[in-house]
Design a protein around this ligand. Structure first.
Ligand code: AMP
Length: 360
């Protein structure tokens, strides 16, 4: 089976690493000459709206999926004329736009921060009067890793904030005084079968994910599964979806969903029976889903900007390095390490060793 992937970054690369043993081949559509997934399959180097190349991709593959959600909706709609595309164009339309996704959460009874649609500075002023400060202004689309957003703490931050984010459609969210951030990665097959990985605790630095720790039986697991299940059913979703939540007042508030494999699920490669990457491929290909059970304790640390010396990383016990082969750049995710152990105390000691390498 040949799978077409829109995007050729590290997520595409890890999809191919998971699918190759299942006998799958891959083609990646990505305009970047140095797309890091290209080492693992065919690289169609073209823009995402290049219809000739989209048609060529559709003719070559059995189905198409994507590894980032900012794919233009027209690209997915065009491809869907010729080849099955999973997740669906509708799932992508909702998940790529913060207004649509938060409105869906509200319709489904999933708690979110208060939010308002913003199309002008006047809208923003009115929303700040209603929601209050502090609040967070975010572009509706294309934001990632803390980009395309601004925390508004005082009246001076509000003045001109709409223009600062580019005068594009935004949402304003009430600031959540969260005690933690967690995410739930789930997979749903073409037949509707759904499985959930354990909740993961996430720590961000400067808006970028730094550390994910897969939790032991978490008291909010069942609640998170209930919320995520509602979204999967509503979208008749196929594939892996990640849902990020704020932990607040002993409950959960929805932050956002990603209609794809997710950074907070990278630990599943070594830390679960069947990784998020393999399960995504199984789901979109109509194959039986794999077990999402954890094997031991796991954590994942991102390497941002640069990967520490390979020999030092892999010298740490049960430390698994994933080097994406990307050019080093400030703020760019260029690799990660998964740590495995049988107990949390050992895991914490391993995390400290990797952190020391990063800081060194
Ligand atoms: P996002 O791109 O929406 O995931 O936001 C990036 C990070 O900013 C989140 O992981 C939080 O740490 C923080 N953040 C986003 N929205 C809010 C909010 N409404 N209240 C408090 N912190 C937030």
């Amino acid at each position: 089976m040949k799978i077409g992937v829109i995007g050729g970054g590290q997520l595409g690369r890890m999809l191919a690493l998971a699918g190759t043993p299942l006998g799958m081949n891959f083609a990646f559509l990505d305009p970047a000459p140095d797309a890091c997934a290209a080492a693992l399959g065919e690289h169609l180097r073209a823009d995402y709206d290049d219809k000739d190349h989209l048609r060529r991709l559709a003719d070559e593959v059995d189905l198409v999926t994507f590894e980032f959600e900012s794919v233009p909706a027209e690209t997915v709609a065009y491809l869907a004329h010729f080849v099955p595309v999973y997740p669906s164009a509708e799932s992508l339309r909702i998940a790529r736009d913060r207004w649509f996704e938060k409105s869906m959460f509200k319709d489904l009874g999933i708690p979110t921060p208060e939010f308002a649609d913003i199309h002008s500075q006047a809208d923003l002023d009115a929303a700040v009067a209603a929601i209050g400060l502090p609040a967070v202004l975010k572009t509706r689309t294309l934001g990632y890793d803390g980009k395309g957003q601004k925390v508004l703490r005082a009246a001076a931050d509000v003045a001109g904030a709409f223009a600062e984010l580019g005068s594009v459609p935004c949402i304003l969210e009430g600031f959540v005084p969260f005690t933690g951030e967690v995410s739930l990665v789930a997979v749903r097959g073409r037949d509707g079968e759904t499985r959930f990985y354990p909740l993961v605790h996430n720590t961000h630095v400067d808006g970028i994910l730094r550390l994910s720790v897969a939790s032991q039986a978490h008291p909010l697991q069942a609640l998170a599964e209930d919320y995520v299940g509602r979204v999967l059913e509503k979208l008749d979703y196929v594939g892996v979806l990640a849902f990020e939540f704020f932990e607040v007042d002993g409950g959960l508030k929805a932050n956002e969903i990603a209609p794809r494999v997710h950074n907070s699920g990278h630990w599943t490669i070594e830390g679960s029976e069947c990784s998020q990457f393999e399960n995504h491929l199984r789901a979109v290909a109509g194959l039986p889903l794999g077990s999402t059970a954890k094997v031991g304790e796991s954590a994942m640390l991102n390497f941002i900007g640069a990967v520490p010396a390979v020999e030092q990383v892999i010298a740490i016990d049960d430390c698994h390095l994933h080097h994406y082969g990307k050019a080093f750049k400030v703020g760019r995710k260029v690799g990660h390490a998964t740590l495995r152990s049988q107990d949390l105390a050992t895991l914490k000691a391993q995390i400290a060793k990797v952190e020391a390498l990063i800081e060194g």
